[in-house]
Ligand binder design. Structure first.
Ligand code: IVH
Length: 692
């Protein structure tokens, strides 16, 4: 899945001393107020480099070196832990995981037959002490031996109740973090207070947990991952049970006490019996990561049985019975080199960050979205800033915040355009998202090019230069005008012969008959693409029904929330004249069959549907061959939906079928590891022959 990040190479004793200082400072900032001078990957590489140097020069090891210490030795607290709070050793892929498990089994002298597989939560470890069912003290990890008392935060942490279900005395351990919503709320509050924001949810959680006297209160979230007898030598029946029960059952008990665990999330801990199943769950958790409401940076794999844990024991830094399977970083620090402003096909003027290229979650990121001008101001970004950049899964990379303490004084303000960068006309800055006053007309060429594209009206032979020529000649102003073009008008254009003219007119006739899903998509309604257009068309069946819908009705469509619904309604009002013109041109405004509503009716009546893919979630991957060779990915998805299935792009345990063509890579492998049915394009074509 991922490899070990390369290490920072250290040449001599001076470089070594500098590296140690850098790591100590970074670690102090990270565990202190949660600010970041190095991103996680860079820190890992640095420590690995220090380790390598120390291995070759054992006589030069500095006492301040972070190696072998919890939290890099950076922080100390004054509340001693009952039992040390340790780190975890890391593995970076299936082979390293297998090697780790093999060495553990050698040490135990027997195979491990019960593994717990959990998400590694990206927050701060805390210990929560309960006496007779009441939460009496909350302590950070600190240096692992002693931590800081943060009991003042009790009452602001969701999932960490002030009273347990039973009046028990116990120590719970878990992670304090901020969900996406809590982070947004915290940033808004801090913005209103002092005009700054937090760099990321982790540092926001760290800062929030530790500060006592903020004039505003931010909510935190807790997920428990362990429970210990309190005090450690306690001989109560509960203490005895906590020493004997398997980890998975302890976690069930913890949840039963009213404490939040990941059991309530899509990445619940699971209990499996062999390494293949561990690896499969690792991949499921990795795939779920981008859609989670909170950050995870890996997967923790633990021996489930108390006896296995007891005989494996601990090293000075970490338990030998557990390991962290690290996932690629989704956030890094890089430089903001420039900001480009572009007017899109709907007239929206959007800034885009040009970054010093950086590897993030498997791809090189050079551009990232900056949303809008207000957002730039809110984040206080400057050119030349070191910035945190976030990207996970298919998510568009975005600039999160400047790393203010890395500023050199060389940073310059970002130029904000005064006129539309495309046409020079005025900017309507009345909304958060700025727009050219000419709206869609500003970039008519772009919206027409989009409308005639293969996945929309599919009008062959209408290249950009031809569209430009028609615009220049005043023959068209939008794509509906295309349908009114006469043979004479076309023949009057330069480089337009009889054959091309007839071909174009025939293509326009075919386009008139496209299903509503494609006609709707061609409109380029903000916030809707191909798959959303298919859902909207299937849901409403006719353009009349779509136009009659208010925000509440639009929100009934799968995937449209309260934010997007009013945008779609407003867009349809703006597109009124264009839609009327299309109707006048005889363009089809219905969805053939509008089947899904039929499917809903049948489903509600409890009748099985006789569509071949009814109730199935289907993922298409790789290059199609045989009877499907000519179909684009969008056309394949349309086919899946015609045959009653749901087209999806990500493989999970809930996927029913993966259609794997040539060069199908990771999605096929994942389907196989999850035991999901895989079909060749030829087999699939047979299955849906009636719908081809
Ligand atoms: S168990 C003895 N389980 O990872 C340490 N830790 O790198 C056993 N963490 O300090 C910890 N999610 O803050 C455990 N499901 C999980 C975890 C988890 C996140 C953190 C924890 C720990 C750090 C170690």
């Amino acid at each position: 899945m991922s490899e070990t990040p390369p290490l920072t190479s250290i040449a001599d004793e001076t470089a070594y001393a500098e590296a140690v200082q850098l790591a100590v400072d970074a670690s102090a900032a990270y565990y202190g107020d949660g600010t970041s001078t190095l991103d996680d990957d860079s820190y890992d590489r640095l420590v690995r480099g220090i380790e390598a140097y120390e291995a070759g020069h054992p006589d030069q090891v500095l006492p301040t070196s972070p190696t072998g210490k919890v939290a890099g030795g950076a922080v100390v607290g004054d509340v001693p832990h009952t039992v040390p709070m340790l780190s975890l050793d890391n593995v970076f892929g299936p082979d390293q995981l297998a090697a780790w498990a093999a060495s553990l089994e050698r040490r135990l002298g027997r195979p491990v037959t019960a593994w717990s597989v959990e998400a590694k939560l990206d927050g701060l470890a805390v210990s929560a002490r309960y006496r007779r069912g009441r939460l009496v003290q909350l302590v950070t990890r600190g240096d692992g031996q002693a931590g800081e008392d943060v009991s003042h935060s009790i009452g602001t942490v969701v999932g960490l109740p002030e009273r347990l279900a039973e009046p028990v005395t116990v120590e719970l351990r878990g992670e304090v973090m901020m969900t996406t919503a809590q982070f947004a709320d915290a940033c808004a509050k801090r913005q209103a207070h002092d005009g700054t924001t937090f760099a990321n949810p982790r540092s926001a959680a760290a800062g929030t947990l530790r500060t006592k006297d903020r004039p505003y209160v931010c909510e935190l979230t807790f997920f428990g991952y362990g429970a210990l007898p309190l005090p450690p030598g306690d001989d109560s029946p509960l203490a005895a049970r906590l020493r004997e029960l398997p980890h998975s059952q302890i976690m069930e008990w913890v949840a039963g006490q009213g404490v939040q665990t990941t059991a309530v999330t899509p990445v619940a801990g699971v209990l499996v019996s062999d390494l293949a199943a561990v690896q499969a769950r690792v991949e499921e958790i990795a795939a779920a990561r981008a859609g989670l409401e909170f950050g995870i940076d890996g997967i923790v794999i633990k021996c489930d049985l108390a006896a296995d844990q007891a005989s494996a024991g601990f090293s000075s830094r970490a338990p030998r019975w557990a390991v962290a399977y690290k996932l690629p970083a989704t956030e890094k620090i890089t430089k903001l080199l420039a900001v480009e402003w572009n007017t899109g096909r709907t007239g929206i003027i959007a800034p885009r960050a040009v970054l010093e290229p950086v590897e993030l979650d498997g791809s090189i990121v050079t551009y990232a979205t900056l949303h809008n001008a207000a957002d730039i101001a809110r984040r206080g970004l400057m050119l030349g800033d070191s910035v945190t950049v976030y990207k996970a899964g298919d998510v568009i990379p975005r600039v999160e915040a400047p790393v203010v303490h890395l500023r050199t004084g060389e940073e310059r303000p970002i130029d904000i355009p005064q006129v539309c960068p495309s046409c020079g006309d005025a900017i309507d800055a009345g909304q958060e998202r700025w727009r050219c006053v000419r709206g869609r007309a500003c970039r008519a060429i772009a919206s027409i090019e989009y409308a005639v594209g293969r996945d929309q009206l599919d009008i062959e032979g209408l290249a950009v230069n031809r569209i430009q020529q028609m615009l220049d000649a005043g023959l068209i102003a939008d794509f509906a005008d295309l349908f009114f073009l006469t043979r004479e008008q076309l023949l009057g254009l330069e480089r337009m012969g009889e054959t091309s003219t007839d071909n174009l007119l025939a293509a326009l006739d075919r386009a008139r008959a496209q299903p509503l899903s494609r006609v709707f998509c061609a409109l380029g309604v903000r916030g809707t693409g191909r798959s959303m257009s298919r859902r909207i068309a299937a849901h409403f069946g006719t353009m009349d029904a779509i136009r009659a819908a208010d925000a509440a009705a639009i929100q009934q469509v799968d995937g449209i929330g309260p934010e997007k619904a009013p945008v779609v309604v407003a867009e349809l009002v703006e597109l009124d004249a264009l839609i009327d013109k299309l109707i006048k041109a005889g363009v089809n405004m219905t969805q053939p069959g509008a089947r899904p509503s039929q499917a809903e009716v049948a489903e509600a009546a409890g009748e099985p549907l006789d569509l071949p893919l009814a109730g199935m979630s289907v993922v298409v991957t790789g290059t199609m061959t045989g009877p499907l060779a000519a179909l684009s990915r969008n056309e394949m998805n349309e086919l899946v939906e015609r045959a009653g299935g749901k087209a999806s792009s990500a493989v999970s345990a809930r996927t029913s079928l993966v259609v794997a063509g040539d060069k199908a890579g990771s999605k096929r492998a994942k389907a196989e590891s999850l035991g999901v049915r895989v079909a060749s394009p030829e087999e699939f074509a047979g299955l849906v022959a009636a719908f081809l």
